[in-house]
Design a protein around this ligand. Structure first.
Ligand code: SF4
Length: 663
């Protein structure tokens, strides 16, 4: 047995450092947490503890495959790497010759990837092909736009510093499922007297323990945040000196917020006004007070404005300047990595495809995409408007490559399936967006079967297509060195990583961390955002519910998966969760077979009656695969491909549905 150090690159804020045990034959035996990252020391989540089932499971793709049946049938024959790479290279060059480079669409997301396996050699290849660019807007696009415009994406409160807070507001996030290492920190904070408030349409595990739970209607976080801001201004509970020194745009923000009294917001959010008053009083009184702003809040038509309004609150109320005070959104700028030097090719001026609308792009006439290269993601399962994505993937004239570690739902539609390594089988450089930790993990085990890592495959394709150039960075260590050298990191962080350690960042906002906006101040009403939002920044757009489809469908993350990753491991069907009142109104009993439907599609499954949801809201988990429902469709069959007010973000939580019994 051998035990090696690694680091988790999954799409999770925590960034665990890992201890990986492998047997003499190179088989993974176990994965544990280790102490190099003190925030995550001691334990890892169940997903990664059980990683051997993923690495060595029956769905693992261990050799290249070529399609041997109709599109979507999932019949393949085994091929050699040479045959598969030749097929891919020939087809991409043929598409470029016949339709131009932009007819090639790379479709990827960062499910389990860091700086060496995404936006690195892959970007070199697609840039040199002149392929379309992809806007990765599935998550964090509206919040990224808002945080960048208001604060220059200033890193927020370090997660370990929550222990110092007297008030913690979890707003649209559920650390029990995503980012579990915050849970013990919150417990310690509460033992020291902190108050916990949860804003979520569900009674999450932490909402059950909270001092106050506001079960707002999905999509109404904007009125809530504006009403709190307006009340702070009305009651003169703002920090005038801070606002004067560190902000601008207050007048325009105040004008928009003035439309929202607590009473009006309570009515729209459908929560008691007394609860809003209680939240306001607690926020005024407590210091340090911190808002942990999650990504559930942004997934609707008002998402970007909502995040901006939430992030304005600590500036208004003067909550910065103390350890544990302020907000946390994404901390990705604390130890930012840039792969530009490793790519070695400037981005060409090409069209950008919003990944939330890939379905409509693939099905548009005349066709503008003739080759689809899918890697690091499973778009059939993760993109909205699933029926359109499905229809696009079925196109016989669309040459599709899927480069993945397991046989995903998307891979069934591929012309060529290339076997990818998992993160334990290749080198990776990863900065975590929550815990502010940067780690360089070397491969902890040999590749399974014939699996190859991204860099190796994209280099080989560049070579075959005549896209490689003298001076290109090629070797893993050289790629890592180029990324580290080209990133705006403190030299101490580079040295720590070079020596195999975990570089950490942190600090206290407005003491040793400051906004990275052009003038170094917080912009409470950024003009660019105001122009981008239809109707203006901070303008509320009404609920899209209709008489035919009145129920709001939410699709939050579950603890067993990272989005769709690991979905092959659990074959059990999922159930729609529904409040007892909504079930009674439809004469549905526990376990009844149902169809959940709207104008976009339908999902067949069972119902679970659950009073942890507020009435009018139903829930299906995010990232499910076709085997998880009775008719092969998942929640995304019901989710629109309309865009949020900022950043081209997804609007999963704007799905409105009806439910009825089957049979
Ligand atoms: S998914 Fe998150 S909690 Fe789980 S091992 Fe990775 S970083 Fe840690």
């Amino acid at each position: 047995m051998h035990t090696r150090e690694s680091a988790c690159p999954l799409d999770c804020p925590d960034g665990c450092s890992l201890s990986v045990t492998v047997d003499d034959d190179g088989r993974l035996l176990r994965v544990d947490g280790d102490a190099r990252n003190p925030f995550t020391a001691g334990f890892v989540c169940a997903k990664v503890r059980g990683l051997a089932k993923h690495v060595h499971g029956a769905e693992r793709v261990a050799q290249p495959l070529l399609r041997a049946g109709a599109k979507g049938e999932g019949r393949f024959r085994v091929a050699s790497w040479d045959e598969a790479l030749d097929r891919v290279a020939t087809s991409l060059l043929d598409v470029r010759a016949r339709h131009g480079g932009e007819a090639i669409l790379p479709l990827c997301y960062g499910g389990s990837n860091g700086a060496l396996t995404q936006d690195c050699v892959d970007a070199r290849m697609f840039r040199r092909l002149g392929a379309s660019a992809l806007a990765r807007t599935l998550c964090a696009a509206p919040s990224g736009s808002a945080a960048t415009a208001l604060y220059g994406k200033m890193p927020g409160v370090a997660l370990p510093d929550y222990e110092h807070a007297k008030l913690v507001i979890l707003w649209g996030c559920n650390p029990s499922a995503s980012g579990i290492h915050l849970v013990p920190v919150l417990q310690r904070a509460r033992e020291r007297g902190a108050t916990l408030v949860v804003i979520d349409p569900r009674r999450t595990p932490l909402a059950k323990q909270a001092d106050l739970h506001l079960a707002v209607r999905p999509g109404t976080d904007l009125p809530l945040a504006l009403a709190l801001g307006h009340a702070l201004l009305q009651r003169d509970a703002v920090d005038h000196a801070f606002l004067q020194r560190w902000t601008h745009g207050l007048d325009r923000y105040a004008a928009r917020a003035s439309a929202w009294s607590l009473a009006r917001a309570a009515s729209v959010c459908d929560v008691p006004q007394s609860d809003l008053e209680s939240l306001l009083q607690r926020y005024i009184a407590a210091s340090p007070a911190v808002i942990r702003c999650g990504w559930g809040t942004e997934r609707n038509r008002n998402g970007g404005s909502a995040i901006a309004a939430i992030l304005a609150l600590p500036a208004l109320a003067g909550k910065f300047g103390v350890r544990g005070g302020g907000y946390t959104m994404s901390n990705s700028r604390a130890l930012p990595l840039s792969t530009e030097a490793a790519i070695g090719e400037a981005a060409p001026a090409v069209r950008t495809v919003n990944m939330n609308q890939v379905g409509r792009v693939l099905t548009a006439a005349p066709a503008s995409v003739h080759a689809l290269f899918v890697y690091n993601c499973n778009p059939w399962a993760t993109l909205p408007h699933q029926s359109e994505v499905h229809r696009g993937l079925l196109r016989e004239d669309l040459f599709t490559v899927v480069f993945d570690a397991v046989m995903t739902d998307t891979a069934r539609f591929a012309d060529v399936v290339l076997p990818a390594t998992t993160f334990l089988e290749h080198d990776e450089l990863r900065t975590s967006y929550g815990a502010m930790a940067l780690q360089h993990a070397r491969a902890a085990m040999p590749p399974v079967g014939q699996a190859r890592c991204n860099a190796e495959v994209f280099l080989a394709l560049c070579d075959r297509m005549g896209l490689s150039r003298a001076g290109d960075v090629r070797e893993p260590e050289a790629l890592a060195a180029a990324v580290l050298a080209g990133s705006a990191l403190p030299e101490s962080a580079r040295a720590t990583v070079r020596e195999g350690g975990v570089a950490q960042a942190g600090g206290v906002a407005f003491v040793d961390v400051f906004p990275a906006t052009a003038d170094g101040r917080i912009d409470l009403h950024p003009e660019a955002l105001d122009r981008e939002c239809d109707g203006g920044l901070y303008e509320y757009r009404d609920d899209p519910g209709t008489v035919a489809h009145p129920l709001c469908l939410i699709t939050p993350a579950i603890a067993k998966q990272t989005s769709s990753s690991f979905g092959q491991l659990d074959r059990r069907k999922v159930a729609l969760r529904m409040h007892p009142h909504d079930a009674a109104a439809r004469a549905l009993v526990e376990g009844a077979p149902i169809r959940v439907f709207n104008q976009l599609g339908e999902v067949h499954c069972r119902v679970t009656i659950d009073d942890a949801l507020r009435p009018g809201v139903v829930m299906l988990p995010k990232g499910m695969w076709s085997h998880h429902s009775d008719n092969g469709a998942t929640a995304n069959a019901l989710c629109p491909d309309t865009l949020a007010d900022l950043g081209g973000g997804a609007t999963f939580n704007d799905a409105r549905v009806q439910v009825e019994a089957i049979g």
